[in-house]
Design a protein around this ligand. Structure first.
Ligand SMILES: CC(C)(COP(=O)(O)OP(=O)(O)OC[C@H]1O[C@@H](n2cnc3c(N)ncnc32)[C@H](O)[C@@H]1OP(=O)(O)O)[C@@H](O)C(=O)NCCC(=O)NCCS
Length: 168
């Protein structure tokens, strides 16, 4: 049985997070190849609102999830984006990704966030409460790709934007 805990990233984790992210996305057809650089760019821009790692007593950092500020329809207050999320290929399918995403979403909600967007596999993210919402669009993509989770009654409509760091 693996012995791991969830915790906030520490300065000493930075390199391990980049290595892990590169390994997790390697060879994935949907990967831009820039996911590790995105995490670094978010950190450099002070836009890593939440950066959680799953740390194993023996193997070190085996999972990571990032959350960063986003805008919807020009509104920047309370909207966030999930991703990238990475689990060491040797440790996938053990619930680590679920724990990272669930803990991050709970943290956002508790901090008063209004909602969260992401681009990812619907089959995976539906379990966390994300859905396609045609009233929120993303430039360059047909409607129905972006997933949204509204935390409360408040909604926003229009074009969603990830932090500019996603453009690295
Ligand atoms: C996606 C990822 C973070 C999930 O982490 P994990 O620790 O393996 O996930 P968990 O063990 O919590 O959950 C496993 C479940 O997720 C499902 N799953 C994993 N990746 C999936 C995907 N791309 N599409 C659909 N389902 C997926 C598994 O089939 C499994 O389903 P089950 O619970 O019905 O058996 C991990 O597989 C990973 O790092 N992948 C490569 C990078 C990546 O794709 N990141 C997300 C970009 S959208």
């Amino acid at each position: 049985m693996r012995n791991w805990v969830l915790r906030d990233e520490q300065p000493a984790d930075v390199e391990a997070i980049a290595t892990l992210t590169t390994a997790a996305f390697a060879g994935r057809p949907y990967s831009s190849g820039t996911e590790a650089a995105i995490v670094d760019a978010l950190r450099a821009a002070d836009a890593l609102t939440i950066s959680l790692v799953a740390a194993d007593a023996e193997d070190g950092v085996i999972g990571h999830v990032a959350f960063s500020p986003a805008t919807i329809g020009g509104d920047a207050s309370g909207w966030f984006a999930l991703g990238p999320v990475s689990v060491d290929p040797q440790c996938q399918g053990e619930g680590i990704g679920t724990a990272l995403v669930t803990a991050g979403l709970e943290r956002l909600r508790n901090a008063g966030a209004k909602g969260c967007i992401l681009l990812g596999a619907a089959a995976y993210y539906r379990r966390f409460g994300f859905e396609h919402d045609l009233s929120v669009t993303l430039e360059g993509l047909p409607p129905g790709h972006l997933m949204v989770q509204w935390f409360g009654a408040e909604r926003a409509t229009g074009e969603a934007r990830f932090h500019p760091a996603f453009g690295v």
